[in-house]
Design a binder for this molecule. Sequence first.
Ligand SMILES: [Zn+2]
Length: 106
Amino acid sequence: MTTPIVTLMAQAAAAGVRVQRTREDHLDILGPPAAAPVAKLVRSRAAEVLRLFDWTHAAVTAPAPCLLCEKPAILRDPANSKPCHKVCADATLYAGHRRSRKGATV
Ligand SMILES: [Zn+2]
């Protein structure tokens, strides 16, 4: 079974890998040499990773508690359609923490 991309990104962040989208829609992947195996996995799934950065098609609905901070959020995470602030998702993803509260997918 393939590791969900958000789980892979959390593993990469925990290993010290930092991933950024460039203006040309490529990925900059930086990290310590020991994290090379997970960095290579991230690189091999670049198209999926790029979709994680794109919230332009995230649904906007009535306010509901954010999965991560529990404050009202109108955005729905494009990965799982659960209420979530993008800033909360980004902070959690890059910090390498699991987004596990209330059934998030990471
Ligand atoms: Zn939040």
